[in-house]
Design a protein around this ligand. Structure first.
Ligand SMILES: NC(=O)c1ccc[n+]([C@@H]2O[C@H](COP(=O)([O-])OP(=O)(O)OC[C@H]3O[C@@H](n4cnc5c(N)ncnc54)[C@H](OP(=O)(O)O)[C@@H]3O)[C@@H](O)[C@H]2O)c1
Length: 300
């Protein structure tokens, strides 16, 4: 599978596997190891995590596999995030959910992630969400130290606007390499808020979370969802493609910003649909047909 360069010496697989639901998949270590090996075989080598996934448990589940099969670490890229503090039995002193981008929290979060993941380095660390209380000097200080210590190789953000991205980028020594945002026919926000133009201007490849809107695209309950699925099915038929989720991935992959879908299924066959979508030749008209169905009205 081809890859996407985020810098001249750092790339991700064109499809990233999202492991937010890893704890829910209830897989045995053997089954998970098999799935990860199959993903690597398919060319899906980049795995997306966050400290908080599965109530702070998902990183450690992957860590167990990396410990079981030590050769895996050099074949994959680990993405993880920090900054959200959840109310959790793991942190009984916390009374509310809030965000923390202090130097101390970033450093301790990364140290926890490294120990959970049983690795000495994170390939890409993302700040999970923009925050109303945010000191970019603290963040820059933490990034500089983590880079110097070799604990984090690259940095990025998630759910940031162009303004928030540029603000932080102006403080950090290492350029921010991506912004992971929600993009799907159910979420067109980033085509409209200036982010997509910003990505193109800065040559930043965005990662798209929830590309299938958490699976809702395939099982719509409202009128909008039904209209979108109807058009996706029409395009699938025109292209002789099935199942229809391949069309959603093809729609994301077709965009010139080089959107990187973060596919969140726990079933290998469904990740294969994302990989198969790389070979789909969607016309511009078909791309717009889906965009127009998603926005709900004709273009001006
Ligand atoms: N940065 C952020 O703020 C943020 C936020 C949310 C997510 N993320 C990342 O993005 C990744 C992907 O998000 P996501 O999991 O919401 O992505 P998604 O790929 O849109 O949704 C995956 C979900 O859809 C279900 N699904 C897939 N195909 C289906 C079908 N044909 N019928 C019914 N259900 C189907 C999957 O179930 P099966 O497992 O049974 O296939 C799974 O529960 C996450 O793992 C995480 O890494 C980041």
């Amino acid at each position: 599978m081809n890859r996407v360069d985020l810098t001249k010496d750092f790339s991700l697989s064109r499809i990233v596997h999202g492991q937010m639901r890893l704890a829910q998949w209830n897989m045995s270590a053997g089954d998970l190891l098999k799935m990860i090996e199959e993903l690597i075989e398919l060319g899906v080598t980049s795995f997306d995590h966050a400290d908080i996934y599965g109530n702070y448990s998902c990183e450690a589940i992957l860590g167990e596999i990396l410990n079981l099969e030590k050769s895996l670490r050099n074949k994959i890229e680990i993405i993880t995030k920090c900054g959200i503090k959840l109310v959790s039995d793991k942190f009984p002193e916390r009374k509310i959910k809030y965000y923390d981008y202090s130097f101390d929290h970033i450093i301790s979060s990364v140290n926890n992630s490294l120990s959970n993941l049983r690795t000495d380095r994170i390939d890409l660390l993302l700040l999970h969400r923009p925050a109303p209380f945010f000191d970019p000097e603290e963040v820059a200080k933490a990034f500089t130290l983590l880079k110097k210590e070799g604990k984090v190789l690259h940095f990025g953000v998630s759910n940031f606007t162009p303004g928030q991205f540029e603000m932080l980028d102006s403080y950090v020594e290492e350029p921010l390499v991506t912004n992971q945002v929600e993009i799907s026919p159910y979420c067109l926000e980033h085509f409209e808020n200036g982010n997509m133009d910003f990505f193109l201007r800065k040559k930043i490849k965005p990662m798209a979370w929830s590309p299938l809107a958490k699976g809702r695209i395939l099982n719509p309950n409202g009128e909008n969802g039904k209209r979108i699925l109807h058009v996706l099915n029409e395009v699938a038929e025109e292209l002789g493609v099935s199942p229809v989720e391949k069309i959603v991935y093809a729609w994301l992959l077709r965009h010139p910003a080089k959107i990187i879908p973060v596919a969140g299924s726990g079933r290998i066959e469904r990740i294969r649909y994302a990989v198969d979508a790389l070979d789909i030749d969607m016309s511009l008209e078909q791309w717009y047909k889906i965009f127009i169905a998603a926005r709900g009205n004709e273009l001006p």
